[in-house]
Design a binder for this molecule. Structure first.
Ligand SMILES: [Zn+2]
Length: 669
């Protein structure tokens, strides 16, 4: 996520830790305001003094929003004290004319102490473990939507360090204080300030200063972070264009956030040690310096930046691991999309920021998938050229979906209006199914004919097809645009099976039969019934508790002899000795993946013949079952998890079944 300066929004990490403050839109006006700011901050008490000398030109009044906690404000215009007016939520200073004026602010207050119960409220806060002063909170008097140039000096007690968005130009430790100076040029939002009992680690890379500002317990992470950051900067610099800022800092936060600001990222100190943060989320935050910070989002026409960042960072890293990993990520996106109720589906163009999971499914995942399809449509070379052209054209400017389209059209040398319109303006996705097929012997071999049906009309897309014959697999790419497409394919050897979209390259709505079942299919459904199978009262007791923790709504227990409706999802909790008998009644089998593995307990999903999902939890003992109480509810997105003494030994999502786009071909002898 990024700090989206123009919109003044803040969004949490991809892991879903945090939230956003949705913002307002203000047009950026070209003339820049010049600030010279001095900040004296006592992080422990929150006491702060801010002096700002502002040079303005060509305005009759200065209108801005000022943080309410700045209790004492004195203002002089060209050395003459003036009164600041309050109008609604705004502060206003009337100027004698529209010439050049110097406005001096001297402001004092106390940064609110952090409410440790409610750290999700991302406004300014202070505590001994860190101070957060986001630019959008109005601690510098600056009119919204105006570019700003600034020189800022901040001083804190010597045990603390402070850092501000912008370029670090100087720092000193003297007289019991740490002082650091920063400059910023043509910034689209006021600087944000971060202070805390930080330990610094630094390295230089191609003239950039890379730094960590970490809490003491994270000192051992610093080098690995700097090295990872360097790798990501190099990667995106090579693919897109030069890194747009002077420094890059990684700051540990005493808040549950993962935020990107121009030239720095601010990450929950508890998340910093987790492997995914450095190996994936950091890449995402680094890339936001290009998409979101240096090229800002024209929110009125939709937010393209999260999806493009997800595609180039999160997905790009999966692609490095190979085709299978990249495909697995696309399948996960399709799986998540298929779980989105149609009523909550929205056109991509409506996405502004992540306010809930549904928005992530569209604004991050679907958009990333669209960029994947675009790269297949126009080719990797044209895609890469388009990205670089877009960067050159829109660097330090606002950009819309239309700007992206123009860049890709020029790179591809053709119109892509149909592509962008169908994927951005329409909610939903293509649905595909196969109609009748026929295989005949003809001169020189076999002729396979098969129908591809598109019940939702009007989508146009490329579709790969793999035809497996006795001698190997042949591949083709079709272009689908009609409701009914007839494929005819002559092969010298006998065809056995045909698979459309074998690599899951098309964003489409999966049919139920194609989506691997996950725990959530059972646990989120209010119609789910629970069956407990065990001779032992203690086991049954624990099973009831587990059902209560797993299910989203109060459990309905099936009594002995009572049967359920065929379409009601089933949660079966059974002792290992009763498992075989229960599965036989359901006509299910223990999955081959762990039929021969020793484990203490296991949870796995399956679908009955009528597609109803089932979640089976079996344990070798009451103790093994009890050990699931705490961990199991965290694995809702998995198809199976194996446990020993409550520790997950392995887990995963079932492979995507061959499903609706696979057909065994019946061939005449
Ligand atoms: Zn992001």
């Amino acid at each position: 996520m990024n700090s989206s300066p123009a919109s003044q929004s803040r969004v949490g990490l991809c892991c879903g830790l945090s939230l956003l403050i949705a913002g307002l839109l203000n047009p950026v006006i070209a003339a820049s305001f010049e600030h010279r700011v001095e900040v004296e901050l006592q992080p422990v008490s929150g006491e702060i003094r801010i002096q700002d000398q502002l040079r303005v030109e060509g305005i009759r009044e200065l209108r801005f929003r000022l943080a309410a906690w700045l209790a004492q404000v004195e203002v002089e215009v060209d050395g003459v004290q003036v009164e600041m007016q309050r109008q609604g939520g705004d502060s206003v200073i009337a100027l004698p004319g529209n010439g050049v004026y110097r406005i001096d602010f001297d402001m004092r207050g106390k940064v609110p102490a952090r409410d440790q119960e409610n750290t999700r409220e991302l406004t300014s806060s202070s505590a001994a473990d860190g101070v957060y002063l986001p630019g959008y909170d109005g601690w510098i008097p600056h009119p919204a939507g105006r570019l700003m140039d600034y020189q800022l000096v901040v001083s804190v007690p010597s045990a603390q360090r402070a850092v501000v968005t912008g370029k670090l130009v100087d720092e000193q430790l003297s007289d019991g204080a740490y002082r650091a100076s920063f400059t910023g040029s043509q910034f689209t939002e006021a600087p944000s300030l971060f202070a805390g009992p930080y330990q610094l680690r630094e390295r230089q890379w191609q003239g950039l200063r890379l730094r960590t500002y970490f809490h003491a317990e994270l000192a051992g992470q610093a080098d690995a972070y700097l090295e990872a950051a360097e790798g990501y900067l190099e990667r995106y610099q090579n693919t897109i264009g030069d890194y747009p800022y002077a420094d890059f800092h990684i700051i540990s936060a005493p808040l549950p956030v993962g935020l990107g600001f121009p030239g720095l990222t601010y990450v929950d100190r508890r998340i910093v040690p987790l492997p995914f943060m450095r190996s994936r989320s950091l890449a995402h935050e680094v890339l936001h310096n290009w998409w979101g910070n240096a090229v800002t989002v024209d929110y009125a026409s939709g937010n393209w930046a999260e999806g493009l960042t997800t595609f180039m960072a999160d997905y790009g890293l999966e692609r490095d691991k190979g085709d299978a990993a990249a495909r697995a990520m696309r399948v996960k996106w399709l799986r998540d999309y298929s779980a989105l109720p149609a009523a909550r589906d929205r056109p991509v163009r409506d996405f502004r920021s992540k306010q809930h999971q549904a928005a992530q499914v569209i604004g991050y995942n679907k958009v990333a998938f669209i960029f994947h399809m675009l790269s297949l449509e126009i080719g990797q070379q044209a895609f890469d050229d388009g990205i670089r052209a877009f960067w050159r054209a829109r660097r330090f400017a606002r950009a819309s979906w239309q700007d992206l389209q123009v860049a890709f059209e020029q790179a591809a040398g053709r119109r892509l209006d149909w592509f962008f319109r169908q994927w951005l303006d329409r909610a939903g996705a293509p649905r595909l199914s196969l109609g009748s097929h026929r295989v005949d012997t003809v001169d020189g071999g076999y002729r396979t004919r098969i129908e591809i049906l598109q019940p939702v009309p009007g989508y146009r897309f490329g579709l790969d097809v793999a035809l497996t014959t006795e001698t190997g697999t042949e591949r083709r790419r079709l272009f689908i645009e009609d409701r009914l497409t007839r494929l005819e394919w002559i092969t010298p050897s006998k065809p056995g099976a045909i698979q459309f979209d074998p690599q899951s390259d098309l964003f489409r709505r999966l049919q139920t039969s194609e989506t691997p079942p996950i725990l959530r299919d059972v646990t989120l459904n209010p119609a789910t019934v629970t069956l407990i199978a065990s001779e032992q009262p203690a086991f049954a007791q624990s099973a009831q508790t587990l059902a209560g923790q797993l299910l989203d709504s109060a459990p309905h227990f099936l009594q002995p002899g009572q049967s359920r409706e065929p379409t009601q999802p089933l949660l079966l909790i059974t002792s290992a000795d009763r498992l075989a008998g229960q599965l036989e009644r359901l006509q299910l089998q223990v999955p081959g993946e762990f039929a021969d593995v020793d484990f203490g307990a296991v949870a796995w999903t399956a679908r009955l013949a009528n597609n109803t999902p089932v979640l089976v939890v079996s344990a070798q003992s009451t103790a093994q079952l009890q050990a699931l109480l705490r961990p199991l509810p965290h694995y809702g997105g998995q198809s199976y998890v194996l446990f020993d003494d409550g520790r997950a030994q392995s887990r995963g999502i079932w492979p995507l079944p061959r499903g609706a786009l696979y057909r065994d071909l019946v061939t005449p002898n």
